[in-house]
Design a protein around this ligand. Structure first.
Ligand code: MTE
Length: 318
């Protein structure tokens, strides 16, 4: 078997600043122009064209997974269990009108209209994404830091966690009406407040310079790059500050398999498979193929986030 060394990016490439390819108050234009019809982004006049800046996407040293794979190999159980279901079965989903309620232990609860959220400065972040199922991608997200939103509602001193909730719309989400639902709805997730306030944690509203496709969690989803992908809750309608550790969908389903923290950790295997390596989607080679690469602690973001877990036993708090 050929051994491929995982191209760990230099630490400079995974600091937040180096990941900011743009801080413009607009969406950058699509790199894959041929697919924009499917995604139908509202393209603000004057949007910068990433295609006009060759090398822009490679500024982090990470090679983004092809757009086709990012949008056609998905986990979004509200639309079905197969990887192709979200792309094929989300056509009737309407991400407008849409509001995100932010409340709980905050001084200034607010309900945000999605289009108002989109007028804030958006930035591109190219992040690795590691699914708990041992596959991975590199995705150029468009979004903003969750902590900026949280600062606006002014969390109370008593708030310790942030709870997230996805939309429930069985009429538009065929997986929610299924006879054998794997999960209870709504999909729920949570972070400790310091994880939510970490500068790497973003709310994404787009990818590849385009409005977020339905199958990737339109119109707004969470991205926490050092955690397994299931923490990245999609199609968020509510964000609630609380003093209790929130219940999370996959933990409710199988608490011995999916922990609350879910930090990417090659040293702690899933009870049914190894987490030591991963299959990069779009690289070919099959499940056990040569393209398999070692998984990095905290998905390669340890330098930035390991300190959040100082003194914790990450085997117990997995
Ligand atoms: N959010 C909701 N609401 N429903 C889901 O089924 N799946 C999670 C996460 N967020 C999921 C979700 C899982 S298991 C993963 S790996 C990622 O979304 C996948 O994101 P992607 O399809 O955009 O790559």
């Amino acid at each position: 078997m050929r051994v491929f060394r995982y191209p760990a990016p230099p630490s400079s490439a995974i600091t937040p600043h180096a990941l900011w390819l743009s801080r413009r108050n607009m969406l950058a234009a699509a790199a894959g122009a041929g697919l924009t019809g499917m995604i139908m982004p509202p393209r603000p006049a004057g949007a910068a064209d990433l295609a006009a800046h060759p090398g822009a996407l490679s500024g982090t040293g990470l090679k983004p997974t092809p757009l086709r794979d990012v949008t056609h190999y998905n986990n979004f159980y509200e639309f079905g269990l197969e990887k192709t279901d979200p792309a094929e079965r989300s056509g009737a989903f309407h991400p407008r009108p849409w509001t995100v309620q932010v409340d709980g232990m905050v001084a200034k609860p607010r309900t945000y209209d999605i289009d108002a959220l989109l007028t804030r400065p958006l930035e591109e972040r190219i992040y690795r994404m590691r699914c708990v199922e041992a596959w991975s991608m590199v995705i150029p997200w468009i979004g903003f830091a969750l902590r900026d939103l949280l600062a606006e509602v002014e969390p109370l001193g008593s708030a310790k966690y942030v709870a997230f909730e996805s939309v429930v719309r069985p009429s538009e989400m065929p997986g929610q009406g299924g006879v054998l639902p794997v999960l209870d709805w709504p999909y729920v997730e949570g972070l400790r407040l310091d994880e939510a306030m970490h500068p790497l944690t973003i709310l994404a509203v787009g990818l590849y310079g385009q409005t977020l496709p339905n199958q990737n969690g339109a119109p707004i989803r969470l991205v926490v790059p050092w955690k397994y992908g299931f923490k990245g809750i999609k199609s968020i309608v509510r964000i609630r500050l609380t003093d209790r550790q929130p219940r999370t969908s996959w933990n409710l389903r199988a608490s011995d398999e999916y922990g609350f923290y879910a930090n990417v950790n090659p040293a702690v295997d899933h009870p049914r498979w190894s987490q030591a390596s991963e299959r990069p989607i779009g690289a070919g080679g099959g499940f056990f193929g040569a393209a398999r690469q070692p998984t990095l602690p905290f998905n390669g973001y340890g330098e930035q986030v390991a300190g959040l877990y100082a003194g914790m036993d990450l085997r117990r708090d997995f």
